[in-house]
Design a protein around this ligand. Structure first.
Ligand code: ATP
Ligand code: ZN
Length: 210
């Protein structure tokens, strides 16, 4: 029997719920903050704790068989993986936001404007579909400060409550993508009986909740 590997976020917004869903499936494992791998004692499974950004590629390349990660990260990394199950947590919306004082009304007005983001792939796809050409400026974090500093006219980022936008003098302008955590699998493991067993357990945990 092959020992499966599942990659989950080491720390951050998805870590706790990812651990919780695996525990609720009846899996026993130590959840040491310092270790990168944990062995499940009652199922042929190892848990890899990784940065969320690395999870889709690890699963695509078969370093992990399964993974739990936000849909936004899967789309952004363009990883070729199977979407096995939406997990109902880590919900968020990716939005374009502009300065609160801006009188931009229509999407077309973004033509020629600079948009700062950490999600250039998702933004590019959206703009292309709308036939808009903006200057996408990729930065790795704190994109909200861009407009205030004159670095960009707009931003594209994850927005949950809108509090961060507001405190940086921004307002939401257009919703681009909804995201939640998803269980993904390597393309070649669909027929694996342990994967089927785990998927079944996850689905019954989810349906007991709803
Ligand atoms: P890592 O160190 O693993 O790279 P990170 O800082 O990139 O972590 P987190 O902020 O922990 O990531 O977010 C992980 C995922 O949680 C996001 O990619 C997204 O799918 C989801 N998420 C849900 N709500 C929010 C939110 N309000 N802000 C950011 N991410 C959110
Ligand atoms: Zn990340």
């Amino acid at each position: 029997m092959k020992t499966l590997k599942i990659a989950i976020q080491k720390s951050g917004r998805l870590n706790e719920k990812s651990v919780e869903i695996l525990k609720n499936c009846g899996l026993s494992f130590e959840n040491y903050k310092s270790s990168l791998i944990s062995t499940v004692t009652n199922f042929p499974l190892e848990i890899l704790f990784l940065r969320d950004d690395d999870i889709p590629e690890y699963v695509q390349d078969g370093i992990a068989d399964l993974g739990i990660v936000g849909e936004n990260v899967i789309v952004e990394t363009k990883a070729e993986v199977d979407y096995l199950q939406k997990l109902g947590f880590g919900k968020c919306t990716l939005k374009i936001a502009v300065q609160a004082t801006s009188n931009i009304q229509k999407l077309e007005e973004l033509n020629g404007k600079a948009i700062a983001t950490s999600y250039p792939v998702i933004l590019e796809k959206f703009l292309q579909e709308k036939g808009i050409k903006s200057d996408i400026r990729t930065i790795s974090g704190s994109v909200e400060i861009g407009p205030g500093l004159g670095l960009s006219d707009a931003i594209f980022d994850i927005v949950s409550t809108g509090g961060t936008l507001k405190s940086n003098g921004l307002k939401p302008f257009a919703d681009v993508m909804q995201s939640e955590a998803v269980l993904i699998g390597n393309k070649s493991i669909a027929e694996n009986p342990e994967v089927a067993e785990l998927l079944q357990r996850i689905r019954s945990v989810l349906s007991a909740k709803s």
